[in-house]
Write a protein that binds this ligand. Structure first.
Ligand SMILES: Cc1ncccc1N[C@H]1CCCS(=O)(=O)C1
Length: 105
């Protein structure tokens, strides 16, 4: 049911936020302090915004939630070098998410 589907999303988001490598993704990228971000990244997304959307019932099902989580990681890979601090954190967070999602499915 959509309700229990969203319960899994809340659990997973809490785990993402608690992860030691979550720091680059906890809040929206500050467009004024990151040159080029606004132009390069068409659909910014972050864990705080996802939490707000969950609380405001803006996800009809798990799929819409997963699309936004993957947007966080896709944006990170597009803007950051793989061997940068933030790039590496993004890869680790994506690996963690994919593993946990499969376990909780
Ligand atoms: C995820 C990401 N992608 C590209 C550049 C930066 C970031 N992260 C932010 C971390 C919090 C403060 S910030 O807004 O300066 C930068």
């Amino acid at each position: 049911t959509p309700n229990s589907e969203l319960a899994v999303c809340r659990v997973l988001l809490a785990e993402l936020e608690a992860h030691q490598d979550a720091w680059p993704f906890l809040s929206p990228v500050k467009l004024k302090s990151v040159p080029g971000y606004r132009k390069v990244i068409k659909k910014p997304m972050d864990f705080f915004t996802i939490k707000e959307k969950l609380i405001n019932n803006m996800y009809l099902n798990q799929e819409n939630f997963i699309i936004d989580v993957n947007l966080v990681f896709d944006n990170c890979q597009k803007f950051n070098e793989d061997d940068s601090e933030i790039g590496q954190a993004g890869h680790r967070m994506k690996r963690f998410f994919d593993k946990r999602w499969t376990e909780l499915l």
